[in-house]
Design a protein around this ligand. Structure first.
Ligand code: DGJ
Length: 734
């Protein structure tokens, strides 16, 4: 008792000292060009969360007041910056610690804070909290990106004592909002129907969005959300908060509307089966929650995320991404050298810039001729490809194209040399049956030997040819029946977190060695679509569903957060292999061209006049690519609106060019035309319109000119009215 007592006295004294020294009534603010967060320190040392929203120039209203959102109550009821379980327990806690002596409560008070400029755009504020009695330090990190109006929050917990402590909850961020009503937009789906949007009003109680799948965590729900307050926001009006958790493991978002009418938002790693023990001096860091806010609707939210992602949350977001032909749907597992060189020849003819050899190129003892064998054995299959990968890569290079290759390094087929050699590397729950999914097991990335193996796999595959400049990284199963032979019995609950941290450490090592390689993030399609993973990748495969009608919805959801430059979007064959849909090639191109264009089919299946159309569309994409990949997205008509139309546009940063995409999702009667009011243009500029991929006249007067004001106020009437009709219109300042 006496030891704890004196430790407590010490912390209390040092806290009081820090408070008086740092002037506790000072307001702590985190500022971007248009936003800020405001906190104050109360008399009792609590850091109170007052405000997040449009930039306030005058904070004085908060000074000296310790509770903004729960009036007439003592300050210990006010919303804290990071509520820990203990004290006046009110809502779901962001943190729960079981201290070394078994005590379950924590009482955090202000210790100090500091702020430093990382560069001219980024400032990091760190607010240090300490428990009043126990030796634990919590640092709240808030990184403000001025131009992009994004604030990233993460938390580190430091065990400053001499014995292990247990963390039961460890969210990244807490956000209390006091508004009249709340409308949550979130995303759900499954394989081939990722990122389906749903919007609902939040009523009292808790709404939870989470994943307990470990891998492929975003194929069902996504850890990104929009929250309109006071009324549902539109594209260009209304107050919207948004968050996206940069974490590729189990996550939880919790929205708790309490009896005071306050919405308590929490987001972070899912505490599910994840109690984490922290040794003395060990630091536990949470992933970043990427937050932004707009008082002018949802469109600005997306543009903030896109600007931020291109600069800070993806690889090579400032350079144009190449047009890809991926071999999967054109060849699956059945190919030889001739099949591939034939695809390369056609791709080069079409103007494609990168050829990617998908699954099926490896395994000799257990050849990868289907999904039931070979995974883990990363040696070129000698029967299919006797002259090796370098022959194909060099051939591709000789045709003026770059070469990429597929791997799935976290996985293993039971029928593989790797599984025979390293059964101890496989995720399993003791002696229970190891369940397969797509005939495969998962490697235990909490084990450093497995991490080394994956880094070596990547190195070895890249070394197969100096012409390899792109890797497609796939992951086709989730985790069930967890268990690690590497982790000790008392730390099995570390598995979920250590798997993802192991994955990130692998990514970091790979990126340090191969900074220029393009890497595609794929997990059976959009199973790993989060900013935590995207940071190490150049792009993501949004879905195995390439059917244009479905892609319009999938890309609509994905592009609310993730930019077009990173959205691999491929033209595939008809009937579509997933949905059976038969659609015109033009419609398939017109949809794929609004992301990072590619193809996903046997190119020799394109015949007759479709050959010239394909060449023309690819040429057109090169024309609009800088606008699509580096410009600003304006959504004009949502496919969810129910009108049977959808439309969006990209506008170049200097507003000299723009490209409009318009789609008809159903048959409208023949007297109707699609009136579209544009957005984001300069009202004073004059634009010439030119229809691309023209098959029929969507625009009556091609080459006509209009002012930005006219296009944004009166709009254009387009002849796009039958199912699967579409138009792509380039606008150029004259
Ligand atoms: C799932 C991916 O989403 C596909 O694009 C393809 O790469 C297959 N895996 C290969 O097994």
């Amino acid at each position: 008792m006496s030891k704890i007592f004196w430790t407590g006295v010490f912390f209390l004294m040092s806290t009081l000292f820090a408070l008086s020294k740092e002037n506790p009534t000072d307001v702590i603010t985190v500022v971007t060009n248009h936003l800020n967060m405001v906190f104050t320190v109360s008399d009792k040392g609590k850091v109170i969360y007052h405000y997040f929203g449009r930039k306030l120039d005058d904070y004085s209203g908060f000074t000296g007041r310790h509770y903004a959102n729960r009036p007439d109550t003592p300050d210990e009821f006010a919303s804290e910056i990071y509520p820990a379980y203990g004290g006046r327990y009110y809502t779901e806690p962001a943190l729960q610690i079981t201290h070394a002596d078994g005590l379950l409560t924590t009482d955090l008070v202000y210790s100090k804070h500091s702020s430093k400029n990382i560069d001219s755009n980024v400032t990091e504020t760190v607010i240090e909290l300490k428990d009043k009695l126990y030796p634990v330090i919590i640092n709240i990190h808030l990184k403000a990106y001025k131009k992009e109006n994004v604030i990233c929050q993460f938390v580190s917990v430091i065990n400053d004592g001499k014995k292990d402590i247990q963390l039961g909850r460890f969210y990244s961020a807490y956000l209390p909002l006091q508004k009249r009503s709340y409308y949550l937009t979130h995303f759900h789906g499954t394989w081939a129907t990722e990122m389906q949007m749903a919007e609902e009003q939040l009523l009292p109680g808790i709404k939870k969005i989470e994943s307990k799948k470990g891998v492929k965590t975003t194929q069902s729900e996504n850890p990104s959300f929009l929250l309109s307050v006071n009324s549902p926001a539109t594209e260009d009006a209304g107050e919207v908060y948004a968050g996206s958790l940069a974490w590729s493991g189990n996550y939880a978002l919790s929205f708790e509307l309490d009896e005071a009418g306050i919405l308590n938002v929490l987001g972070g790693m899912n505490p599910f089966l994840s109690e984490y023990s922290l040794a003395p001096n060990q630091v536990f860091s949470t992933p970043e929650m990427v937050l932004t806010y707009s008082d002018s609707g949802k469109g600005q939210i997306s543009r903030n995320y896109h600007d931020w992602a291109r600069k800070y949350a993806m690889a090579h977001g400032d350079r144009l991404h190449p047009i890809v032909l991926n071999s999967w749907e054109g060849a699956y597992f059945s190919f030889d050298e001739n099949t591939i060189t034939g695809m390369v020849d056609k791709a080069a003819e079409f103007g494609i810039e990168m050829f990617v050899l998908d699954d099926g190129w490896f395994g000799n003892k257990h050849p990868r001729n289907g999904d039931n064998a070979g995974l883990g054995d990363w040696q070129t299959n000698k029967e299919k490809l006797p002259r090796g990968i370098n022959y194909l890569a060099e051939y591709t290079h000789s045709k003026g194209m770059r070469f990429g290759i597929w791997i799935e390094p976290e996985m293993v087929n039971p029928k593989s040399e790797l599984a025979e050699k390293h059964p101890e590397w496989i995720v399993k729950s003791g002696k229970r049956e190891i369940l397969t999914m797509r005939n495969q097991w998962l490697l235990d990335l909490s084990n450093p030997q497995v991490q080394d193996f994956i880094v070596k796999t990547f190195d070895d595959v890249v070394a197969l040819s100096p012409y390899i400049s792109y890797i497609k990284w796939d992951a086709n199963r989730h985790v069930d029946n967890i268990g690690s032979e590497y982790l000790p019995a008392g730390k099995q609950t570390h598995f979920w977190i250590d798997y993802t941290k192991g994955l990130y450490s692998v990514y970091e090592r790979i990126r340090a060695k191969h900074p220029d390689i393009m890497i595609q993030l794929c997990s059976s399609g959009g199973g790993r679509l989060d900013f935590g993973a995207l940071k190490f990748h150049d792009e993501y495969w949004a879905s195995d569903n390439t059917s244009p009608l479905d892609r319009i919805f999938i890309q609509y959801g994905s592009n609310l957060f993730f930019p077009a430059i990173a959205t691999a979007s491929h033209v595939s064959t008809a009937p579509n292999h997933q949905t059976g849909a038969i659609t015109p090639l033009k419609f398939r191109f017109d949809v794929a061209m609004s992301g990072r264009l590619g193809m996903e089919m046997q190119p020799k299946d394109i015949k007759g006049d479709e050959i010239d159309f394909t060449k023309e569309a690819i040429k057109n994409y090169k024309l609009i690519r800088p606008i699509v990949q580096l410009g600003d997205l304006y959504r004009l008509v949502s496919p969810y609106e129910g009108s049977g139309w959808a439309s969006h546009m990209y506008v170049a940063k200097d507003k000299k060019e723009a490209v409009l995409f318009a789609y008809s999702l159903k048959y409208h009667n023949r007297t109707m035309s699609f009136n579209i009011k544009m957005s984001g243009l300069d009202p004073h500029k004059k634009y010439k319109i030119r229809e691309l991929n023209r098959k029929y006249d969507s625009v009556l007067d091609n080459n006509d000119t209009f002012t930005g004001d006219f296009l944004m106020t009166a709009g254009l009437n387009l002849n796009v009215k039958s199912l699967n009709e579409s138009a792509v219109i380039l606008l150029t300042e004259i």
